[in-house]
Design a protein around this ligand. Sequence first.
Ligand code: PHE
Length: 452
Amino acid sequence: MEKRANFTSKLGIVLASAGSAVGLGNVWRFPTEVGANGGAAFILMYIACVVLLGLPLMVSEFVIGRHTHKNTADAYRQLAPKSGWVFQGYLGVFTSWFILCYYSVVSGWTLKYLLASLSGEVTSTPDSAACFVSFTSSPWAPLVFMVLVLLMCHWVIRRGVQEGIERYSKLMMPLLLLIIAVLVVCSFSMPGSREGLRFLLRPDFSKLTSSVVLSAMGQAFFSLSIAMGCLCTYASYFTDDARLMKTAGSVALIDTTVAVMSGFIIFPAVFSVADVAPDAGPGLVFITLPNVFQIAFGGVPWLGWLFAVMFYLLLLLAALTSMMSIHEPVTAFLLERFRLQRRTAASIVTLSCMAVGVLCSLSFGPLKDVTLLGMTFFDLFDFVSAKLFLPLGGIIIALFVGWKLPRALVQDEVTNRGTLHSPLFPVYLFLVRWVAPAAIGLIFLNELGLFR
Ligand code: PHE
């Protein structure tokens, strides 16, 4: 049998996994949630969720992937043959594919905005809102950009684990981190930025209701790419000397830092421009920020242009590395289960996502009145994957690793067969066995609207 590919270095492992975690969820969704949910109070809650729930689950997925060195579906088949747990393996692969279908729509928008910022359109249009709506609702343009980003992702995945994923993560992630640093400094140096910082850092504990706490958990899971099959697949390429807890810690640290820094970029900038009201959701980065770019650097238009170009490049890089991580689990599954060539497997994934992505993309235009259960295709895909499959997968993974897998197997993986001293192992096991299933169960019920 052909030797299975591995990541070649620890840096590659951390950067590829961090590439998966750092995505649109950090740069656009996190700041919005912080703004809506009480500033620093939400950030504190979020960090608690990352540490107490996100980290243990990430380590659990690493255990499954690294122990089996198989794609997610086959990993569960090996660990619990002919049992109901095998379902989770397929669910992971399917969720990845499903998310890719709509994630690539918004990723396509980031490419469009990068090009539009390069050409100066973003910083010169008088009405950013109208511009955004006319772009997303037109039938062809967003489709073309969706296809383009999928092709970029395909191009990387086709090259394989080392030459593709590892190599490009090592290239894109440092660039992304550098851009973040530059933008934070720029944003802080804007007049009036203090107001934005105050907004971000003043904890408003009165807003900390149970539903906010649960949103923080949901955001933490989505942002860390938990329960989607991708961490498990990436871990199947980890080398035997990779330290699972340490890797998970680094990934969570990078992910959280990028999320908080994105808040530091966006809010001071937005507040430095008094007459621009912060918008929620996609509006924040595609409507509010273009207005900010135009006004904030009043006297010096090229500075606004540069800020815009860097910002959308950052978004595109973040989106691409995350797309790679949800493309790969499906590709790896097809490739290994059906013994296809990587090229063929990757093409099936890319083409099928394009086909289904059309529905998601058109739901902002020609198909906006076509609804299922009261949701457009895009909203339905988002709801089903992020709000149903994600918590469901999270609970199953926690129960599987906490209760089904032999404790010795888990301990062996976490301690690299006893060679590492892991004083935190009992704490980890406690969190996975008790805290995670209970907490995710609550998120699940909350997302389904049972507490409203
Ligand atoms: N974690 C990514 C983000 O923050 C999203 C993602 C989800 C990526 C699931 C891969 C898998 O945007």
